[in-house]
Design a protein around this ligand. Structure first.
Ligand SMILES: Nc1ncnc2c1ncn2[C@@H]1O[C@H](COP(=O)(O)OP(=O)(O)O)[C@@H](O)[C@H]1O
Ligand SMILES: [Mg+2]
Length: 406
């Protein structure tokens, strides 16, 4: 199973709408479960005209197995069973204190439940917000999808904050681990301890204030202690941190780059690192039918599927073939040291243009199928950690980290 959390930082960017339709697009070929952890006001059950028997409450409070809290689309909504591979787990309708607040017990139980689910994909509509509990729930790598939109400028910076917070959390776990104290190689003196303390302080302050970023600090530290194995691996984890994003209510290639991607990338470069990489999975255009579908109780893709059946059925485009064409030829790897903002942005612009040409992007159905195909492609690519197979606990993560240290 591949776990794909969809997060946004801020609410109102279309996270629930996207997570729902993205899960439905995946479900055309794969067993896909959508889990609603967005316990706020625009939760999934308000978008779906489906009678929910069991939900997260039953799992968390009544010990019903998580798989038995799944609901499918009723025959009235999906008469041909075109989305028979789709199921969803709703959050409870009322306010249940420790579910909404994600208490440690709830978190632990949820992670165990999730890791035990049998499916090909699990899409999670994540809770909005930047608090510790939300963050700690995300896998220890940025393996899900970050959604933001040119429509809501403030949401772009929150998305950058969220991506950064995920990176800092992962690095914080490394610095707090016994592996730092017990590492092999030259160590032990105070100067070296001070270097790691500086990094720790930087992460704890959220990278604010000092005017430096991670690259600066790692650079100075590496100059001082070129033999330090821990630093080498620490830097490797920064360089391999990947951010996958989707633009919702996409307007135009040029505007999206200028108003959305640019401030997003610039903020991460400035306050975190210019070594992380960005991967655009596509976009969903602003569309009146998409908007209305969230009130009608029938998801956009389901409506479209049955409407297309009534009119002349057209062969769906083969997104996988298109993707192979689009991404099959690997671009030369740019050495991370040479990355700067303008180079990164021209890369993102180029990518958007290519996706635009291939995806001929005005139709949300095509957009969603493209994103689903891209998600599939990335999940199968071992160079990416996209779609973690399970949610790692901190000790499990540290085991992987330790393997790198040796
Ligand atoms: N691509 C889109 N085109 C038009 N309206 C959209 C689109 N995506 C989302 N919306 C609308 O935006 C509003 C917020 O969406 P929602 O999914 O509830 O956001 P969130 O879960 O981030 O709070 C809803 O009214 C929804 O219909
Ligand atoms: Mg929502």
């Amino acid at each position: 199973m591949r776990i794909l959390p969809v997060s946004s930082g801020k609410g109102g960017v279309g996270k629930t709408t996207f997570a729902l339709n993205f899960a439905l697009a995946l479900a055309k070929r794969h067993r896909t479960v959508l889990l609603d952890l967005d316990t706020g006001t625009s939760s999934l059950r308000n978008f779906l005209d489906v009678r929910v028997g069991k939900d997260l409450f039953h799992f968390l409070k009544k010990d019903v197995p998580l798989a038995e809290c799944r609901e499918s689309l009723p025959p009235a909504m999906d008469p041909e069973g075109a989305f028979a591979n789709f199921s969803f787990i709703a959050s409870p309708p009322g306010f249940v204190q420790d579910i909404v607040n994600f208490s440690p017990e709830v978190k632990e139980k949820l992670i165990a439940g999730i890791n035990g689910l049998q499916a090909d994909y699990l899409v999670i509509d994540m809770k909005a917000g930047l608090d510790r509990n939300v963050l700690e729930f995300l896998p220890l790598s940025n393996s899900g999808i970050l959604l933001f939109t040119p429509r809501l400028k403030a949401a772009t910076l929150t998305a950058a904050e969220l991506a950064k917070a995920g990176l800092f959390r992962m690095l914080g776990v490394m610095l707090d681990s016994p592996l730092l104290r017990n590492r092999s190689g030259p160590q032990g003196d105070e100067a070296q301890a001070a270097v790691f303390q500086k990094l720790r302080d930087f992460l704890e302050s959220g990278g604010q204030g000092s005017g430096l970023n991670l690259d600066d600090l790692i650079g100075v530290a590496t100059e001082q202690f070129p033999q330090d194995n821990f630093l080498r691996v620490f830097r490797y984890f920064v360089e391999n941190y990947k951010i996958y994003y989707v633009l919702n209510q996409f307007d135009s290639v040029a505007e999206s780059v200028e108003n959305t991607i640019k401030p997003f990338v610039a903020e991460i470069f400035r306050s975190a690192s210019a070594r992380v990489t960005f991967h655009n999975l596509g976009w969903v255009v602003e569309d009146e039918q998409v908007r209305r579908s969230s009130e009608s109780g029938v998801p956009y893709l389901v409506q479209r599927h049955y409407r297309n059946r009534q009119s002349a059925p057209s062969a769906p485009p083969d997104m996988d073939a298109r993707l192979r064409e689009l991404f099959g030829i690997k671009p030369a790897k740019i050495p991370p040291q040479k990355k700067d903002l303008s180079r990164e942005l021209s890369g993102q612009l180029d990518l958007l243009r290519r996706i635009y040409v291939f995806n001929a992007g005005k139709d949300p159905t095509t957009n969603l199928e493209f994103i689903a195909a891209r998600a599939r492609d990335l999940s199968d690519n071992s160079a990416h950690q996209f779609g973690m197979k399970r949610i790692f606990s901190v000790p499990e993560f540290l085991e992987r980290f330790q393997a790198q240290l040796q």
